[in-house]
Design a protein around this ligand. Sequence first.
Ligand SMILES: Cc1cc2nc3c(=O)[nH]c(=O)nc-3n(C[C@H](O)[C@H](O)[C@H](O)COP(=O)(O)OP(=O)(O)OC[C@H]3O[C@@H](n4cnc5c(N)ncnc54)[C@H](O)[C@@H]3O)c2cc1C
Ligand SMILES: *[C@@H]1O[C@H](CO)[C@@H](O)[C@H](O)[C@H]1NC(C)=O
Ligand SMILES: *[C@@H]1O[C@H](CO)[C@@H](O)[C@H](O)[C@H]1NC(C)=O
Ligand SMILES: *[C@@H]1O[C@H](CO)[C@@H](O)[C@H](O)[C@H]1NC(C)=O
Ligand SMILES: *[C@@H]1O[C@H](CO)[C@@H](O)[C@H](O)[C@H]1NC(C)=O
Ligand SMILES: *[C@@H]1O[C@H](CO)[C@@H](O)[C@H](O)[C@H]1NC(C)=O
Length: 592
Amino acid sequence: MEKMSVLKMRYLQSFLICYLCLLATWISTIHSSSPSPVNCKTDGYNCIVSSTYGVWPDRSTCQTAKVVYPSTEEELISAVADAVKNKLNIKVVSKLAHSAPKLVCPRGGSGLLISTRDYANNIIVNTSSFTATVDSGVELREFVDTIAKFGLALPHSPYWDGLSIGGLLSTGAHGSSVWGKGSAVHEYVVGMRLIIPASPYEGFVRIVELTEEDEDLNAAKVSLGVLGVISQVTFALQPIFKRNLTYVSSSDEDLEERIVAFGSDNEFADVTWYASRSEAIFRVDNRVAVNTSGDGVNDYIGFQPTPRHLLESQRNIETQAELQKDSQIKCDMASTQIAAFLKVGMGLRNNPNAFTGYPVIGYQNLIQTSGGCQNAVDTNPLTLVCPWDHRFNGSFLLQTTVSIPISWIKHFIVDVKKLRDMDPTSLCEVDLYTGFLMRYVKKSSAYLGKTEDMVDIDFNYYRAYNASTARLHEDVYEEIEQMALFKYKGLPHWGKNRNVGFEGVARKYPNLHKFLEVKRRYDPQGLFSSEWTDAILSRTPCGVSIQKDNCALEGLCICSEDSHCAPDQGYFCRQGKVFRHARVCRYEPSSI
Ligand SMILES: Cc1cc2nc3c(=O)[nH]c(=O)nc-3n(C[C@H](O)[C@H](O)[C@H](O)COP(=O)(O)OP(=O)(O)OC[C@H]3O[C@@H](n4cnc5c(N)ncnc54)[C@H](O)[C@@H]3O)c2cc1C
Ligand SMILES: *[C@@H]1O[C@H](CO)[C@@H](O)[C@H](O)[C@H]1NC(C)=O
Ligand SMILES: *[C@@H]1O[C@H](CO)[C@@H](O)[C@H](O)[C@H]1NC(C)=O
Ligand SMILES: *[C@@H]1O[C@H](CO)[C@@H](O)[C@H](O)[C@H]1NC(C)=O
Ligand SMILES: *[C@@H]1O[C@H](CO)[C@@H](O)[C@H](O)[C@H]1NC(C)=O
Ligand SMILES: *[C@@H]1O[C@H](CO)[C@@H](O)[C@H](O)[C@H]1NC(C)=O
């Protein structure tokens, strides 16, 4: 008991310090400090590629022979031509590489990596046609701020602004809405320019220009990077508008009854469900006329530059909680954090300087997405980083992100509540990382887009540094994951998730064959494909799961025998408690 309150105190102290230095960062100058995903032995050769998290889902390393950084289309074309001529496998990676699955790794660990870090020079706005054409390496933040200066807006986007246009489209990234065309960014694509392999007679490359008239655009809009290199993208935009946002906290008592209507009633609705606390935060967020007064900014706390020591001390307390198998410690941390976040409106500000209360009204580009930590400077003695920065022992997490058909979401919530009611403390871990974030996404014409209107469920939870270390209540997370994927036929986010998320995924897409047909035409030799993309795009189940000791702990497999869990640590492969078909690793010390 005493230990618990000491930990809690330490945590509270860290939090206060945190706010003081966050204040300091708002007035400091900025230049990029996030780590590069590509590290080479010699300049541009013999490189190791990692994601922003530093570790791939299977903890393997990805090697590539060479990396290039084109800054013009001519350089891009000649890089692709060269690689095709030499039959090299190719992959494209963005400046910061935010996808968790191993999507950016060339086949065989020996190919060419094309980075779009420097391919970000053009944002060409046409104010009479309400369109903009951008280079694929342009960062989301730069894009929305630039078009705003021309009085235009992208109606929907992911919530984190450090993504590249090419990368966010390729994995079907989205915000939250069931209005109009919905929240996926690819719904607003009206043109694309791709560089694809070609025969020697054509000079080894071909430029493909797609417009809305071309059916192939349905393949290219969400392509997992396997069709070729996206050079430029043209978006249909809207006149800029403002948004009026209020977070309303309420009991989750009737969440399952409210969730569908709430999405219909509010253009930019989302719900943050803190299940352990029986609480839901409803984002009441709607468009208002551009002349409505308000200078609001969304500066979401989780994306602000964060002091390294705060992240490390939070991680230490979590690890202590894991070692002591004491979930109450995590519940206390979650309570403290949620209270602190809500107090500052999650990072919303009514004017550039302060949060004074709801509603917060501001321009679309300043509300739709946020960031900042990717550009943090080092200010001695406190180092400011993104929470997931792998150079430090800060937060290190697993993530499950699955979209569930809107017609099933009610039943999913009821099932999660049943699990919660068996032991509410089992979900405190998730609440420490903003709960179950529920966002609306609409049925898409993209072959690899959503197959119907859906609610996307996104949750994060503790990952041990040692892949063989079992985790507190992991059976509960595994059961929810399998429930979402298999009982409710959920679709995994292509750019997130553990391997199990992709088990049988190809069979969930009725238009997969159309996508594969375009892929065969554009890249018959499969130079842009890899072991991972082959595995996820195959209808025969192979390659996604890895069967070995402890494989279920990090979602490399679904356990079918105890050795897939950690019997030596008291974790055995058992049935789900609500979803009986689930197979999960449960702590049963008495069975050792
Ligand atoms: C902190 C954080 C917050 C996030 N928030 C959201 C969110 O709110 N909503 C959401 O939907 N997703 C979100 N994501 C997931 C994110 O949208 C995807 O992981 C996205 O793919 C990352 O884009 P990237 O620019 O980092 O691309 P990368 O990870 O570098 O690449 C992703 C894929 O795109 C391909 N690719 C990139 N550029 C090109 C190109 N020019 N031509 C061809 N292929 C290309 C790559 O080969 C790879 O297959 C978030 C991720 C993080 C880390
Ligand atoms: C802008 O769009 C209009 C309407 O589609 C078109 O006529 C015009 O040529 C475009 N301008 C430029 C500079 O491309
Ligand atoms: C903003 O939204 C709130 C409801 O959340 C509403 O009461 C208020 O009138 C709105 N303000 C404007 C200016 O539209
Ligand atoms: C906003 O502009 C509209 C016309 O476009 C006008 O009718 C309205 O009164 C204006 N509102 C404010 C608050 O200025
Ligand atoms: C992180 O922790 C591991 C072991 O837990 C240690 O080996 C490593 O040096 C630490 N890294 C940093 C940057 O402190
Ligand atoms: C990881 O944990 C396992 C099981 O507890 C242990 O056998 C192994 O030595 C650990 N590995 C490292 C690198 O600490």
